[in-house]
Ligand binder design. Structure first.
Ligand SMILES: Nc1ncnc2c1ncn2[C@@H]1O[C@H](COP(=O)(O)OP(=O)(O)OP(=O)(O)O)[C@@H](O)[C@H]1O
Length: 234
């Protein structure tokens, strides 16, 4: 059985008003899958459907039994009244995680150079610092499945490299990763497979060569798979 099986007929924000339709794919352990598509194509909506955060989803989203997941949202979300470290303690308490996980959290925060800021409120952090805190919060739970929406936003080059190394390490541990991104050069280099979303449905899905062939991308670039040109027909 796959780590995650997605087979959505229709889903949206209002009953019977589909924003995505016929979105089907599988995610395996030890793999990094890039979900790409133009603005408004339906990537975040697909993630929300997987996370069961939409009022209307017809179809199936099935996670392998007993597996855990973490989600890194496009925009960092923190509780105003908790310091960064209190977020870790809160998640550890809710998910019944032990001292080993909190030690791992400290090592992640050190890597991201946040160790000396853990007793501050994340609202006072820069955008990139907030994003790094979110990444550490997602990783310290040691999830089987990691879902990330636009992870590189706001990260400096060193942190971007560190995140890519961390994703590699996660894969080696067996984690299955689904990552939405517009940074296509990086996606093309690091992802094992791709899902191209266009107008709320899957345009192509599979390994790089399969996706490029399906999209007719003769220049061998994922950029050619994304229809961003407004043809002015409206
Ligand atoms: N909360 C919402 N309520 C109603 N419609 C929404 C909501 N969020 C998104 N949509 C609509 O769903 C469609 C798909 O949006 P979605 O956010 O999934 O796109 P995306 O591919 O993630 O785009 P981007 O690259 O800009 O983040 C858009 O037409 C958008 O207007």
């Amino acid at each position: 059985m796959s780590l995650l099986t997605v087979d959505i007929d229709e889903a949206g924000y209002k009953l019977q008003e589909a924003v995505i339709s016929h979105v089907a794919f599988k995610l395996e352990r030890s793999s990094l899958t890039g979900m790409i598509g133009a603005n408004g194509a339906g990537k975040s909506t697909t993630i929300k459907a997987i996370l069961q955060e939409l009022p209307f989803v017809e179809g199936h989203v099935v996670r392998e039994e007993g597996t855990s997941y973490s989600y890194i949202p496009e925009r960092p979300i923190y509780y105003d009244e908790l310091t960064l470290w209190e977020h870790f303690e809160f998640v550890a308490a809710v998910e019944q995680l032990g001292e080993g996980h909190l030690l791992y959290a400290k090592s992640l925060l050190k890597k991201f150079r946040l160790a000396d800021r853990i007793h501050e409120f994340p609202a006072t952090f820069s955008k990139g610092m907030q994003q790094k805190g979110m990444i550490a919060l997602a990783l310290f739970t040691k999830p089987d499945l990691l879902i990330i929406d636009e992870p590189f936003m706001g990260l400096d080059p060193g942190s971007t490299k560190m995140l890519l190394d961390m994703l590699d390490e996660e894969k080696e541990k067996g984690t299955g990763i689904l990552m939405c991104t517009h940074i296509l050069d990086t996606a093309q280099r690091v992802c094992d497979s791709f899902i191209v979303i266009e107008q709320g449905t899957v345009k192509a899905c599979g390994r790089l060569n399969e996706v490029l062939a399906k999209c007719g991308a003769e220049d061998g670039s994922l950029y050619s798979c994304i229809d961003t040109v407004d043809d002015g027909d409206e």
